[in-house]
Design a protein around this ligand. Structure first.
Ligand SMILES: *Cc1c(COP(=O)(O)O)cnc(C)c1O
Length: 398
């Protein structure tokens, strides 16, 4: 692995200063500036797209909940780990995404690995986008259903595979926003195709929730399917076999994930998903931190506006200024494709020396020959910090 430049090393990372000690003139450090292996770095590596992981209200909610509930949840949610905090969180999540019911999982990985086998099994068929996240793939494998992989966002290929399938139950699985590319799946077209072929649809909105939609509702709101105000008239009665999943450790800045959809489907998942039944619940303090963060997602639209303007600044600033391709993306994920693994590592190293940290992403996480810098923007960044990134990239190119 080392010879193929594939060896991964962990960095030891901490906020430069404790978030609760930041003075007014140090706000630009919050959620942006870290000690990485002991060195101060401006980071474009986290999925903290809205800068909520260090928000004072989110921190305070966790602290107060620790005082109220203690620290550990002590058991599986189905035994005695489900608190009033978890109960309220699920109601608030369902309300935000405009679907009837939600179920909170302690991690997104666990949610997908539990969900897919709860929905399909031996003799059924799964249709999976080639760029899907590892945990959708693992969930699919664990289900023992037949797996048909289709080219990235290729709806014609998907339609053909669905038409040819004789499986009793069919499930299409896809990222809503692809984690290494920032591309957005065409959810209305997928839903329509699934209707035509009597299939279920599972979308994983890990990178859309909080970022897309006027109130951060995610991919469904982006496509006008469902919002905080409920299901759009054109889609009413047509979402019974949609399973919406999003994670809460990214834009929401905390940890965990949720599944939302028709109440019977969510109930079924709660009864059947082994990763829900046989794992200790997330601590109530995490649920309370999430309630604070979900409130901020819904009400602070300026975070999404600011993020969009930083994205424009980056895209304009890099066009023509560096020899690498910034692939199109309307999300917080901006993939700067370098090509060879070694070259991507060299650029990452050059940025690091100028005080900016952007992770290089290599195969198998991305296809061979498309090693890239995965620039991830956050509403915590300032315009000045994005300028610093652009200048560091131009310098690295030179
Ligand atoms: C991060 C991620 C997950 C896993 O979620 P965790 O809460 O980190 O376990 C699932 N799906 C996608 C698309 C992701 O990017």
């Amino acid at each position: 692995m080392a010879q193929a430049h594939l060896l991964r090393r962990r960095r030891v990372v901490a906020p430069l200063l404790p978030p609760q000690d930041l003075a007014a003139d140090q706000e630009h450090l919050r959620g942006t500036t870290y000690l990485i292996n002991g060195q101060q770095r401006l980071s474009f590596g986290s999925n903290d797209y809205l800068g909520l992981s260090q928000h004072p209200m989110v921190i305070a909610a966790a602290q107060q909940a620790a005082s109220r509930y203690g620290v550990g949840a002590t058991a599986s949610p189905l035994v005695c780990g489900h608190s009033p905090a978890h109960e309220a969180l699920e109601e608030e999540l369902a309300r935000l995404v405009g679907l009837p019911r939600a179920l909170y999982f302690y991690a997104g990985y666990a949610a997908n690995v539990g969900l897919v086998p709860a929905l399909v099994g031996k003799g059924d068929a799964i249709f999976s986008d080639v760029l899907n996240h590892a945990c959708l793939i693992d969930g699919a494998r664990l289900s023992r259903a037949d797996i048909h992989v289709f080219a990235h966002r290729d709806l014609n290929a998907l339609a053909q595979a669905l038409a040819e399938s004789t499986a009793e139950r069919k499930l299409v699985i896809t990222d809503a926003v692809f984690s290494m590319d920032g591309t957005i799946a065409d959810v209305p077209a997928l839903l329509t195709l699934c209707e035509q072929h009597d299939a279920w649809l599972l979308i994983d909105d890990a990178h859309g929730f909080g970022v897309l939609g006027a109130h951060g509702e995610g991919a469904l709101a982006h496509w006008g399917i469902a919002t905080m105000d409920g299901v759009a008239p054109a889609w009413q009665g047509r979402l019974d076999r949609l399973v919406y999943m999003a994670t809460l450790g990214k834009a929401a800045g905390v940890a965990g994930a949720f599944v939302a959809g028709h109440p019977d489907v969510v109930e079924w998942i709660m009864q059947k998903a082994r990763t829900y039944m046989f794992a200790t619940a997330a601590p109530a303090m995490i649920a309370e931190a999430l309630r604070a963060s979900v409130g901020l997602i819904a009400t602070e639209g300026w975070r999404r506006t600011h993020l969009a303007s930083l994205r424009e600044q980056l895209r304009t600033g890099l066009a023509q200024a560096v020899p690498w391709d910034l692939w199109p993306s309307d999300t917080a994920i901006q993939p700067l494709v370098i090509g060879r693994n070694e070259a991507a590592l060299l650029v990452m190293g050059a940025l690091d020396r100028s005080g900016v940290w952007v992770p290089a992403i290599r195969p198998p996480t991305v296809p061979k020959g498309t090693a890239r810098l995965r620039i991830s923007l956050s509403s915590a960044h300032t315009e000045g910090q994005v300028t610093q990134l652009i200048e560091a990239l131009v310098e690295a190119a030179r």
